[in-house]
Design a protein around this ligand. Structure first.
Ligand SMILES: NC(=O)c1ccc[n+]([C@@H]2O[C@H](COP(=O)([O-])OP(=O)(O)OC[C@H]3O[C@@H](n4cnc5c(N)ncnc54)[C@H](O)[C@@H]3O)[C@@H](O)[C@H]2O)c1
Length: 438
């Protein structure tokens, strides 16, 4: 294979996916034109500051900015670009759950005036199967021919994206052999392992299959949790015992399924399918219902007391704690907050190890320390699994809570410390220990 030149790259959309990829390529010495239309984000990036938390990211921006990383609002004219990477958002519609590909269409249209034969266009965003061929290709073909087109999904976990970009296998699918070759050439610069797929569509569906599988694994655990609770068994104990030393079980613990990708990717797979989707649909439903079970537990704990008279403490607003992030998109803590507010709760204290106090105030909660939150709350809810909870002496803090208050532990962080105390009620998904109510 004759190697294609893919050393001058233009990344369109500098969000979680585009920015981490742009700095990774720039650090490798490629010239990277980073395009971001949001002026606030772009302004901060030009000052060397990312708009989201990712370990090591600000250092890399500062290291590459102005040399190999060149930031602008629009694709610069007359530059020797030989590869465009589209990394814009593909959210789903809140009501219909259908994927929105208008950002993809717009970004593709913006490439068109710059497109020349021999250039490579890579789609990195998560899309319905067939969208590269049926949406992106026709837009590009209107102006040009002889370009290469590839789909290469992003599969990193927020919080360790910079590390995973260099270690995870990169899945590559092309419009034709030459397109696949060109994309392999590009991703070989950062990744030790390339997975060449047969077609664009195989690469597209791989991403959806990965995330829908993960969603289903949690759904299984969440359903087992409900079964265990109904039988007055502790789901964590059951799952730990089922897994221990047994080679044919790797059952997840029940938990809160959130985050931008897990929330939407199963829906994008369902939209793409032309066959039975009942299993994926049921899994999604089970995971989406988990937050209502937490609300039911809270209501059942406070009995008839209206939620407006209950003082809440929520800890862990980011959609996950490990690896740590400040991403609030599709966070179950935000969903819980909305539900509590719908139920007229208005006395809500909040804490997060990473999310800023300003962000929390914007959500309408009062930022406090864990100590203060627990001391004052009638109901405390732990909504993510940040590693720093391991340093919290919950046994001691729980004793300082009001007698009969509730801790709902959404991630099974504190069972050893709280399961057998008789001062407060302790619940998790699939476990409930009640004491005298407030
Ligand atoms: N967040 C993740 O960890 C992750 C992981 C895997 C895949 N994905 C997928 O990658 C895609 C991007 O996700 P994200 O989380 O980075 O989204 P994001 O919303 O954080 O970033 C998209 C960025 O693109 C910018 N943008 C939109 N249109 C533009 C245009 N025409 N020109 C320049 N800038 C433009 C937006 O202002 C925004 O900053 C989505 O399809 C997502 O599903 C995300």
């Amino acid at each position: 294979m004759e190697s294609k030149k893919v050393d001058n790259v233009c990344v369109i959309g500098l969000g979680y996916v585009g920015l981490t990829l742009a700095v990774t390529l720039a650090e490798k010495g490629l010239t990277v034109f980073g395009i971001e239309k949001n002026e606030k984000i772009l302004g901060d990036l030009k000052k060397g500051k990312s708009h989201f938390h990712e370990k090591g990211l600000n250092e890399l921006i500062q290291k590459t900015k102005g040399t190999t990383l060149l930031l602008s609002k629009e694709i610069p004219a007359g530059k020797a670009i030989n590869c465009f990477i589209i990394a814009v958002s593909t959210p789903i519609d809140a009501i219909t759950k259908l994927p929105r590909i208008d950002y993809i269409e717009k970004a593709t249209q913006e490439i068109v005036p710059h497109l020349q034969p021999g250039q490579l266009v890579v789609l990195r965003s998560t899309i319905p199967v067939g969208a590269t061929r049926n949406v992106v290709l026709p837009i590009l073909q209107k102006k040009c021919s002889g370009f290469y087109l590839s789909f290469c999904p992003e599969r990193t976990a927020e919080g360790k994206a910079l590390e995973e970009l260099k270690t995870l296998p990169q899945v590559v699918g092309g419009l034709d052999e030459a397109s696949t070759d060109a994309a392999v050439e590009l991703f070989s610069k950062i990744s030790p392992l390339i997975v060449r797929t047969e077609s664009l569509e195989v690469a597209e569906i791989v991403k959806l299959v990965n995330n829908s599988y993960r969603d289903m694994m949690f759904a299984y655990a969440n359903q087992i949790a409900l079964i265990c609770k109904s039988l007055h068994l502790d789901a964590k104990d059951v799952i730990d015992a089922a897994n221990l030393g047994y080679p044919r079980a790797d059952i997840k613990l029940p938990g809160l399924v959130g985050g931008f990708c897990l929330e939407k990717d199963p829906y994008i797979l369902m939209t793409s399918a032309k066959s039975d989707i009942s299993l994926i649909k049921a899994a999604k439903q089970i995971n989406e219902n988990t937050i209502y079970h937490i609300l039911d537990s809270i209501k059942s704990h406070v009995k008839r007391k209206p939620l407006k008279d209950v003082k809440f403490f929520i800890s862990g607003f980011a959609f996950k704690g490990d690896p740590e992030t400040d991403d609030l998109r599709s966070s179950q803590a935000i969903k819980l907050l909305e539900l509590l507010k719908k139920n007229k709760a208005n006395n809500i204290l909040g804490h997060d190890f990473i999310v800023s106090q300003k962000q929390m105030k914007n959500l309408g909660v009062v930022p406090v320390s864990i100590e203060k939150g627990l001391k004052e709350a009638d109901v405390a809810v732990f909504m993510n699994n940040h590693r720093s909870y391991a340093n919290v002496n919950m046994e001691l803090l729980a004793k300082k809570m009001k007698k009969g208050s509730l801790i709902f532990d959404g991630w099974h962080i504190f069972p050893e410390q709280l399961k057998h105390n008789d001062h407060i009620a302790y619940e998790s998904i699939g476990f409930s220990k009640r004491v005298e109510k407030i």
